[in-house]
Design a protein. Structure first.
Lengths: 306, 297
């Protein structure tokens, strides 16, 4: 099978700001997740894949096409952009139907496809309401509907789970899984690793406009868990808990602050949490809260970049 | 993939009702409503005011062609592409298997349709107002006003207005002279189409087409069009005024004399206006076909 996306030394700038720098990357078919903190270059990459932007340097080919302003390519791809915007004075049905008309479908077929897509994203009942009155989640669903209604070979979705409640997230994750299972290629981005992890084992990590890592999610997770992490705990009996924590192998240091907070550092956060779960009922230390302050992706990525 | 014409028509059909509902259309309609209202006030309220034909000619020339048409065209034309960019909805259009030029042309056609309807409606209403007031209009008799100044001296002033005979004879039966309404209608409609195409094209490569358009229409054109000499021929206004003066020289020259250099022949003026319109849309189409629009999330 030929590669879905081939990027060769792709560079993209917004004035003085680097969007992507010397990105060389190959993405195969199926579902692929792009992960990285805000500003990592995920959206820029997806805009290049969707044909909204063209690279300032290098070359990108998707489904064998140079995507920018390529009408033949646009017939084969569906793009769900990051921005919430959709025409506020149109109903969800009107918006999706209009976009299907732009794909060349006759009015009846465009309406049928729009209805089917809106049904698929769980928006059938609200389809005749103006999108100006939609919630953030409903707008997100409308955007997904317009991206899948013409049965494209590739769906490019930029942060499609943003704004959805947990039930909505699960539904859309299930939808993307179904699309993937039906043979559609999906490239989806998120700044939350576990969101993408639920969709696909194939991950691409971006950081500061560069490709950081690419591969199975298990391998990426292993990399991430090695990041030394600071965890803060509050408990009824701080001294007793601190003494117990010192004995855990993944814990490298333990400190008790004046207000009773216990601050630990660990080099293997997954193992620490596993052992803490076993330790807590045994020690009866009355743990009230556990916070991992530098668990955000930015910190982890900074560590990985070195 | 849809053909250019089919896509253009689809854009026109989809956006026409949206343009009609838009707030800017209401603002433009209110602006155009001022034209017949001003003519009514001039004829009915102002003592020693203009004759009916003057109440038609001067608002048409000064207000409609020089102010309302360019202003309405800036408001509607500049929104053609910049509205999609500002609303960040242009992404959905640019990633479809269509000619990008059809976005500009189709959306411009929808805006221009509404603008032309409003322009024609305004000129039509002006005609109705002037012709309805003309039969009862009489030139006011001279009136002498007396007053005493601070030093206790008596002063008098005769209030009268000298109306050229050609104006007094222009509407003997209360009807506008032949061709005068049609000429201003054609000039206003053409002006609306040309200006809106110009500002729509401007929106393809400028992030703030309304500001730039206002600057062009009222600072650059406003200056050049009223500057004696050949620089007038660099403006759209000059060709619109040429259409008027060529068709009814005895009336329009009295109105436009101060402003106008020797007008271009009607054919040249029409061809030049058509060239500006087509050239603007062609340039805009070229830009939108090649340009990447960088939107923030």
């Amino acid at each position: 099978m030929s590669a879905l996306v081939v990027a060769d030394k792709v560079g993209c700038w917004y004035g003085q700001v680097v969007g992507l720098s010397e990105l060389t990357l190959t993405i195969e078919g199926g579902i692929t997740g792009l992960v990285g903190p805000n500003g990592a270059g995920k959206s820029t990459f997806l805009k290049l894949v969707a044909g909204e932007l063209r690279p300032a340097r290098g070359e990108i080919r998707v489904l064998g096409h140079a995507p920018f302003a390529n009408r033949e390519y646009f017939a084969r791809v569906g793009f769900c952009p990051q921005q919430e915007a959709i025409w506020d004075d149109m109903t969800g049905l009107e918006a999706v139907e209009f976009l299907m008309r732009l794909h060349g479908y006759a009015p009846a077929e465009a309406r049928r496809r729009a209805n089917a897509a809106l049904d698929r994203v769980g928006l059938l009942d609200a389809r005749t309401r103006r999108t100006g009155g939609y919630s953030k989640g409903m707008r997100q669903r409308t955007k997904i509907a317009q991206a899948i209604a013409h049965d494209p070979e590739l769906v490019v979705a930029d942060e499609p789970l943003n704004g959805l409640d947990p039930v909505g997230r699960a539904e859309i994750q299930r939808l993307f899984a179904e699309l993937g299972a039906s043979g559609m290629n999906v490239i989806v981005s998120s700044h939350v690793l576990h969101e993408v992890e639920a969709l696909t084992p194939s991950i691409v990590l971006f950081h500061r406009g560069r490709l950081l890592a690419q591969g199975p999610v298990t391998e990426i997770r292993r990399l991430l868990s090695r990041h030394p992490r600071r965890v803060e705990l509050r408990s009824r009996d701080a001294r007793r808990l601190a003494a117990a924590l010192i004995g855990l192998e993944p814990v490298s240091s333990v400190r008790i602050a004046a207000d009773g907070r216990i601050s630990i550092e660990t080099g293997d956060v997954e193992r620490f949490f596993r052992e803490l779960t076993a330790l807590a009922p045994r020690e009866r230390a009355g743990i009230r809260s556990v916070e991992s302050h530098d668990a955000n992706l930015e910190a982890v990525f900074d560590y990985l970049v070195g | 993939m849809m053909s250019f014409l089919r896509t253009t028509l689809l854009f026109w059909r989809t956006y026409l009702p949206r343009v009609l509902r838009a707030r800017r259309t209401l603002i433009v309609a209110l602006g155009f409503a001022l034209l017949p209202l001003i003519a009514y006030v001039l004829l009915k309220v102002v003592s020693h005011g203009p004759s009916p034909i003057e109440a038609f000619l001067y608002p048409s020339f000064i207000m409609l062609l020089s102010v309302l048409v360019p202003l309405a065209a800036v408001i509607t034309g500049s929104a053609v592409i910049s509205e999609e960019v500002d609303d960040r909805t242009i992404t959905y259009l640019l990633t479809r298997p269509i000619s990008r030029a059809s976005i500009l042309v189709g959306r411009w056609l929808a805006s221009a349709t509404v603008l032309l309807m409003l322009t024609a409606g305004s000129v039509g209403a002006l005609k109705v107002v002037v012709e309805s007031q003309a039969p009862t209009w009489k030139k006011a008799e001279p009136r002498t006003v007396e007053w005493t100044n601070r030093r206790g001296e008596k002063r008098t002033r005769v209030i009268d207005r000298d109306i050229p005979q050609v104006f007094l004879d222009a509407m003997p039966e209360g009807k506008l002279p032949d061709g005068i309404f049609e000429t201003i209608l054609i000039a206003a409609v053409l002006g609306s189409a040309v200006y809106s195409a110009l500002f729509a094209a401007l929106g393809t490569f400028n992030r703030h087409p309304m500001i730039v358009g206002l600057g062009y229409a009222f600072a650059i054109e406003g200056f050049l069009a009223n500057l004696p000499g050949s620089s007038q021929s660099l403006t759209v206004q000059f060709y619109l005024r040429s259409l008027l003066v060529n068709e009814n020289p005895e009336l329009w020259k009295l109105v436009a004399e101060a402003q106008l250099q020797e007008p271009d022949p009607t054919r040249t003026a029409l061809l030049t206006l058509a060239a500006i319109l087509v050239g603007s849309l062609a340039l805009g189409s070229l830009v939108i076909s090649r340009r990447q629009f960088v939107l923030s999330a």
